[in-house]
Design a protein. Structure first.
Length: 194
């Protein structure tokens, strides 16, 4: 996912860092739609996507005092979005498993719950499979980012430039998104035919 960088982004970030809500609104309006497209490609649910995008921007607002330190805001926003969305998928899968266990324990039929759980588990598995299909360097960068390391730390650890780290991360996320989209459609078609 490539976000279009705003020309006045630096100025907006400076203003947001000192609690300028109008600047934050401008930033939100500039990025929320593109971010929503990316998040929806992973969640495939409009309501969950809206909620996730709002949560992402809430995180940006909460951490606003540090925005002036960020060299590449679009990369930062992308990473926040990716991490939040993957965590949301994990939580959804866990909640569905718990619901299925509860329904089974109280004696309800769990066919619907199993279908939903199966879909979420398949979606999460697709993300994991996509990660394993990445070229080695992209996989290393993606995995280290998942562990919470920043670009300079990854660059030092892998002995590459921070720009290369950002590029590998961007390529990895694009691949994962396309992989999930493509194989998700195939899975859905096969699932519906069964």
């Amino acid at each position: 996912m490539l976000l279009s960088k705003l020309q006045n982004e630096y100025d907006l970030l400076q203003r947001i860092a000192i609690d300028d809500e109008a600047a934050f609104s401008e930033l939100f309006l500039a990025y929320h739609q593109e971010l929503g497209i990316f998040v929806n490609s992973l969640l495939n649910n409009k309501e969950s996507t809206k909620e996730a995008v709002h949560d992402i921007f809430i995180k940006v607002w909460i951490n606003r005092s540090d925005l002036h330190k960020i060299a590449d805001f679009t990369a930062y926003l992308f990473i926040v979005a990716r991490n939040h969305t993957l965590n949301k998928i994990r939580c959804m899968v866990n909640e569905e498993k718990k619901l299925g266990s509860y329904l089974q324990a109280v004696g309800f039929q769990k066919e619907i719950s199993e279908e939903e759980t199966g879909y979420l588990e398949a979606h999460y598995e697709l993300v994991e499979k996509a990660v394993h299909e990445l070229p080695p360097q992209q996989q290393k960068v993606f995995t280290l980012r998942q562990q919470g390391l920043k670009n300079p730390e990854i660059a030092e650890r892998l002995n590459i430039s921070s720009a290369s780290v950002a590029k590998y991360q961007q390529l990895a996320l694009r691949f994962i998104s396309e992989y999930v989209k493509t194989y998700g459609i195939i899975y859905t078609l096969l699932y519906l035919q069964a």
